[in-house]
Design a protein around this ligand. Structure first.
Ligand SMILES: [Zn+2]
Ligand SMILES: [Zn+2]
Length: 508
């Protein structure tokens, strides 16, 4: 049984609700990365499992756009120092292409979710506050300041400052949401009086004039959105952590049962600086720059693969994510177990084989179509969808080669005979190449298996070891002693070209 189904069954057994709301939440303070994506993919999987079981359920994503900028991250220009403490929704886009800092990181992520086929209802925290959705829960929180203080101190074991309030006013002078202290409030007028570090005294409306402190905010949100299920990173699940406080706040202040928790482990990024250096394993983090943004990863792998990376591992186990060769192995596994990637002919060609074809075509799309046809796949060239699917897969392959592929899978088809390297071949190897050239007769059409058999035939006829012939073939074509499976490689090349190349190499 897939873990998502086991969780869904457990939820139905334990909870009394007939309708379920699965909530997820990520702060768009930087690039939303593959590690963050785990939360949404887990939520989506459990949501789908519930729906498959006939349970009514919806899936939400709350973007914490009203969170303050914690510090000036290394990717931000110096002048962003002045924006530290302001809500992300109120800070300009560092690159100037969106209406706010929050949108700059949020919108590409939402596009990625659409690419991943995840249907999710979006809430932006700043809009929730500004629209008044929080008014009632703010009222309850501010009139229960004493009880909230007690709960947080009990659960977290840390003392809160004497002037602590569950609400952080947004200062209308300095724009920060982190530096004002609540001095009083009027529940009827729905406003709070504050004093800010900047010297300003002001009035903050319950409607967008500030936000609840994080631990209170989370519990309040459960009540507002009727959340019954929530996946979250294991840090929140630690004893005395925000889920434990949220649970008590939810039941004691808001009279609401805390959602069914699905804590999950981190995704660790495994990277190699260069071939031969030791692999580095780091937790993904937007602020430290040790991450791969989801939209960037989706340029290099098909969406179903990125989902597979996450779905194949139970939430309570960490994932070591290595986008180089191990990712390619995962793609092989996916194609074996689930099916081909892409529709039409694109779906029939294994990804690994496509890597060879794309490199042979060297960026020329019409050549790629020829290469695909030569390697034995029929292409309906008049079918626009078929062509688009090929184009999409080719783009993934090109980007993967560019950014993540190890040198061992990269090659460059040589436009001329690599004379120097050919000189290093033995006479026997050259004899075998000559023999191969002679085998290529007009009109022959060999597929990968035919070529493979042919090489073995030539090996026994010329008394040269097959592995020596493979090496000679790679050197003659790629100027390196190894390469992709030789049968495939040869089948995707023009036979005239091969005849000429092997003949020329044999003469050197
Ligand atoms: Zn932007
Ligand atoms: Zn201020």
């Amino acid at each position: 049984m897939h873990w998502s189904l086991a969780i869904a069954k457990d939820i139905v057994e334990r909870r009394k609700e007939k309708k379920h709301v699965v909530a997820t939440g990520i702060t768009p303070s930087g690039d939303i990365h593959v590690g963050n994506l785990r939360e949404i993919v887990i939520g989506d999987a459990v949501h789908s499992a519930l729906v498959d079981m006939g349970v009514e359920a919806k899936l939400l994503y709350v973007a914490d756009t009203f969170d303050p900028l914690r510090r000036r991250y290394s990717f931000l220009p110096e002048e962003y120092e002045t924006h530290v403490g302001k809500p992300l929704s109120e800070i300009p886009d560092p690159e100037g292409c969106h209406s706010s800092y929050a949108d700059h990181f949020l919108l590409p992520f939402l596009d990625s979710l659409a690419d991943l086929g995840i249907k999710i209802e979006i809430f932006k925290a700043d809009e929730m506050y500004k629209s008044g959705m929080y008014v009632d829960v703010i009222r309850e929180a501010i009139s229960s300041t004493k009880e909230l203080t007690q709960i947080i101190e009990d659960v977290s074991g840390r003392k809160l400052p004497a002037q602590w309030a569950p609400f952080n006013p947004l200062c209308d002078a300095c724009g920060r949401i982190t530096s004002a202290i609540v001095k009083g409030y009027d529940l009827d007028k729905q406003e709070m009086y504050y004093e800010c570090e900047c010297g300003n005294r002001g009035i903050a409306s319950f409607k967008g004039g500030g936000k609840l402190a994080w631990r209170v905010d989370w519990a309040a949100r459960w009540k507002i959105l009727c959340v019954t299920i929530e996946p979250f990173g294991k840090d929140h699940a630690a004893p005395g952590g925000s889920y434990d406080t949220g649970k008590r706040i939810s039941s004691e202040i808001y009279n609401y049962e805390a959602p069914y928790p699905i804590p999950f482990e981190h995704i660790l990024l495994k990277t190699k600086e260069e071939e031969g250096t030791k692999a580095k394993i780091t937790a993904m983090s937007s602020s430290r720059g040790t991450n791969i943004p989801v939209h960037e990863m989706l340029e290099a792998v098909p969406p179903e693969i990125l989902k597979h990376v996450i779905l194949r591992v139970r939430p309570d186990k960490h994932i070591e994510f290595d986008p180089s060769l191990p990712l390619l192995h995962l793609i092989d596994e996916y194609e074996r177990e689930v099916g081909g990637i892409g529709r039409g002919v694109a779906g029939k060609i294994p990804f690994r084989h496509f890597i060879t074809l794309v490199q042979i075509a060297r960026g020329d799309f019409s050549e790629l179509i020829e290469v695909i046809k030569r390697s034995g796949y029929g292409v309906r060239e008049e079918d626009e969808e078929e062509i688009n699917e090929i184009r999409k897969k080719a783009r993934h392959v090109e980007n993967w080669l560019l950014k993540y592929a190890p040198p061992s899978v990269k090659f460059e088809l040589q436009s001329a005979v690599p004379t120097e390297e050919i000189k290093s071949l033995s006479d026997a190897q050259k004899r075998a190449l000559k023999q191969l050239a002679e085998e290529i007769k007009e009109g022959i059409s060999f597929n990968g298996a035919d070529w493979h058999n042919k090489i073995y035939e030539v090996a026994s006829a010329t008394n040269v070891e097959a592995k020596e012939i493979f090496k000679a073939i790679y050197i003659a074509l790629l100027k390196k002693p190894s390469g992709p499976r030789a049968g495939w490689l040869l089948a995707s090349l023009d036979t005239e070209f091969l005849k000429e190349r092997f003949g020329a190499a044999a003469r050197i």
